[in-house]
Design a protein around this ligand. Structure first.
Ligand SMILES: NC(=O)c1ccc[n+]([C@@H]2O[C@H](COP(=O)([O-])OP(=O)(O)OC[C@H]3O[C@@H](n4cnc5c(N)ncnc54)[C@H](O)[C@@H]3O)[C@@H](O)[C@H]2O)c1
Length: 475
């Protein structure tokens, strides 16, 4: 490649700025951002500085950017879910290839509109289903492809959402209300349904699903709990979800460090928990400790929507008094499920089930694949990953893959960068014409999610052939 492929970024948030932006900074010969659209001034300017984007190529919204003639080869669409369809359709019409964050869109109609527009314009669209690209899932895929499991018969897959992550995203955050966002099975599990489709190598034939909102309802609120935790909640000492516990004291991160088998992390966890004033002092001397004292990563990052990025306890408390993230988890406008199961029979006879819930002690996926020759059991957690292979004939058990916690683990590890590599390859290579997560391939997981939602709500088994025919008329 002589010169890098050019791109515009729509939405310089966590994914746009930190994942795709970092890719371009690392792979300067492959990708160059030449314009950005982002309403938050500080983010826009910071991104522009890092990527040397001139001020006349910085826009306050995707509408402004896309009202210009085509500026680059690729549009990275990294706005929030409800802002995927319109910019994608317009970018495709303008002649951009598109890398779109997941989920493609929040309604079936819009997903189909996007697929049809891709077909009509002949542009290449990739979707941010990064899990397919992780070493963990690509190792499993290779094992399946080599036939080491024999024929796959059944897959049991779990998406264990850690309790505070569920509260942050699906009660207090943007994915809490179906009307305002989408069913949780789409928002959280389009990745997982995509993996089941990818691993079985077959279209789904029938889907059934059950699930409900079990716990996060007003009747389960502690007595006297106000709407905002910091308005004098009487249960503050005992409530798992008391907002300052999560966003100021960073208890989930401390627990994570304390449980780690890395001694250094354990000590740091204790320091943050029990000697915060001493840590404050030390952090003035050791910059790395500042990261721990004034932790900015998930979920703290989302408290800041344009205000000065002051990560002191006092500033966070001021934000929590008004922010949606400061609300009592029992007094929100959430209506998405907090647990759901999906049963799938595929065309090739394989059965699979997916369990998703928001009550996990740690974040991650676990799965078990039973084949005619062997069984595979996998754990994919932020704290580490492993795959064990059990050969039925010899009875031998082999640890075939293991990975410990890395600094990148929380961001899907190398999966993110490999997704972009694969996408760029599909644009420049003569042989490879589509990315692995192209529009047509990806939309199937979204159909599965909507079918599961329909089954759950109507109490029916969805015939996927009929469902597919019906929805393709929609877009
Ligand atoms: N692939 C994955 O694994 C993965 C993981 C997390 C999130 N996501 C998805 O990525 C997308 C972005 O998520 P995020 O966590 O980066 O969110 P974010 O809120 O950090 O980023 C979205 C950005 O869009 C900006 N924005 C708002 N209105 C805009 C407009 N009119 N024009 C341009 N920009 C505008 C916001 O200011 C914000 O900076 C979401 O769809 C989310 O579901 C995917």
């Amino acid at each position: 490649m002589n010169s890098p492929i050019t791109a515009v970024l729509l939405g310089a948030g966590r994914r746009g700025f930190h994942v795709y932006g970092n890719y371009a900074l690392k792979e300067k010969k492959k990708l160059k951002f030449i314009a950005v659209a982002e309403p938050i001034k500080a983010r826009r300017e910071k991104f522009a500085n890092l990527h040397r984007i001139p001020s006349n190529r910085c826009y306050e919204s995707w509408e402004d950017l896309l009202s210009q003639d085509k500026l680059a080869n690729i549009a990275f669409i990294c706005t929030q879910d409800q802002m995927h369809t319109e910019p994608t359709l317009l970018a495709l019409e303008k002649g951009y290839h598109v890398l779109l964050e997941k989920p493609m869109a929040q309604t079936l109609e819009n997903c189909i509109k996007i697929v049809k527009k891709v077909e009509e314009t002949g542009r290449i669209l990739g979707v941010g289903h990064v899990l397919r690209y992780t070493s963990f899932f690509s190792t499993i895929y290779k094992i399946i492809q080599k036939g080491l499991l024999g024929d796959i018969v059944n897959i049991s897959h779990r998406e264990n959402v850690m309790w505070y992550h569920y509260a942050h995203s699906f009660i207090r955050g943007p994915w809490s209300n179906v009307e305002k966002s989408s069913p949780m099975i789409l928002a959280k599990c389009c990745h997982d349904l995509d993996l089941l489709f990818h691993m079985t190598g077959s279209l789904p034939k029938k889907i059934s699903s059950f699930g409900n909102l079990y716990h996060f309802k007003p009747e389960n609120a502690p007595k006297g709990a106000p709407e905002y935790c910091l308005d004098g909640c009487p249960a503050k000492a005992k409530c798992l979800y008391y907002a300052p516990r999560i966003y100021i004291d960073i208890i989930p991160q401390i627990q994570f460090m304390e449980k780690s088998d890395n001694k250094f992390l354990k000590i740091l966890g204790k320091l943050r928990k029990n000697h915060v004033n001493f840590l404050t002092y030390l952090s003035k001397l050791v910059p790395l400790l500042k990261e721990l004292r004034y932790y900015k990563d998930f979920p703290i990052y989302y408290l800041y929507t344009g205000q000065k990025e002051d990560y002191s306890d006092e500033a966070k408390a001021r934000i929590l008094k008004k922010s949606p993230y400061g609300r009592c988890v029992y007094h929100c406008d959430n209506d998405v499920v907090d647990h759901q199961i999906v049963n799938i029979e595929f065309e090739n006879g394989v059965t699979a089930n997916l369990t998703m819930h928001g009550f996990s002690e740690r974040e991650g996926r676990t799965l078990r694949i039973d084949g005619t020759k062997a069984t595979l059991i996998g754990e994919f957690h932020i704290s580490g990953e492993k795959i064990i292979f059990y050969d039925h004939f010899s009875g031998k058990e082999t640890l075939i893959y293991a990975k410990k916690l890395t600094r990148e683990s929380g961001e899907h590890g190398v999966g993110d960068f490999e997704l972009v590599d694969d996408y760029i390859e599909s644009l420049i290579s003569k042989e490879k014409t589509q990315p692995l997560t192209n529009a047509q391939e990806t939309v199937e997981s979204h159909l599965m999610a909507f079918a599961a939602n329909e089954s759950r709500l109507k109490g029916i088994v969805v015939d996927m052939n009929k469902f597919r025919k019906k929805v393709y008329k929609l877009g």
